[in-house]
Design a protein around this ligand. Structure first.
Ligand SMILES: N[C@@H](CCC(=O)N[C@@H](CS)C(=O)NCC(=O)O)C(=O)O
Length: 206
């Protein structure tokens, strides 16, 4: 197996980096971690040494370079099938891919108003209609997945930890950072994500 390396950004704030890093941790495989501090004068130049796309995260597996967090998660799932990073059931897998993609492409108001900051606590930002709609939609997804697919196998969206959880993990940290009031199902889910040993390791390192 060629060497695995993940290039990530500042742990306190790089939500896109956290997602595939969590997926990689779940495989139990050894990997090298290269950290690039974001928002520094030489950040872009350092990232461009690894990928012409110019953004972290980046996965390097031997000569292969994969960029874009969701594509990296897919590659990890394909390469390490024993980690079962997607649900086994076809219908559950389809919904898991849908909610993961919805996170990857959406929720801009939430991301702008509550940027990831695992080291601090901030007041809840003003509830604009756009922010409230995003929070309502995220928690609707969580309640729906837990009810339909999360009954067995663990406390995550589809029971066992999956890429869908990796995609929502930064939101789980933001709800703690910005002290967002949650329904009981969402609050239990946020706790389950933040209690993961890998999450604790990431937050401690940050
Ligand atoms: N769509 C990309 C987004 C990646 C992204 O925005 N990464 C930020 C850090 S979280 C970055 O590399 N910023 C560096 C810069 O803007 O120079 C993904 O899913 O991987």
């Amino acid at each position: 197996m060629p060497a695995l390396e993940i290039v990530i950004g500042t742990k306190a704030s790089s939500s896109w980096s956290l997602r595939p890093w969590l997926a990689l941790k779940t495989t139990g495989e050894k990997f090298r971690e290269t950290l690039i501090e974001l928002r520094q004068p030489d950040t872009k130049e350092k990232i461009l040494r690894h990928s012409p796309a110019g953004f972290v995260p980046i996965l390097k597996h031997g000569k292969l370079v994969v960029w874009e967090s969701l594509a990296i998660c897919e590659y990890i799932a394909d390469t390490f099938p024993k980690a079962k990073l997607w649900p086994d059931d076809r219908a559950a897998r389809a919904v898991a891919r849908a909610v993961a993609t919805e996170m990857h492409g959406g929720f801009a108001p939430l991301r702008a108003a509550m940027s990831m900051d695992v080291k601090n606590r901030h007041p809840t930002p003003p509830m604009t209609p756009e922010l409230k709609a995003n929070i309502d939609r995220v928690t609707e997804i969580w309640r729906d997945c837990r009810k339909r697919f999360g009954k067995k196998g663990g406390p995550f969206l589809f029971g066992r930890f999956s890429i869908a959880d990796a995609m929502y993990a930064p939101v789980a940290t933001r709800f703690v950072t910005y002290q967002v009031a949650l329904d009981p199902v969402s609050a239990a889910y946020v706790k389950a994500v933040n209690d993961l040993p890998a999450m604790k390791e990431w937050i401690k390192a940050a």
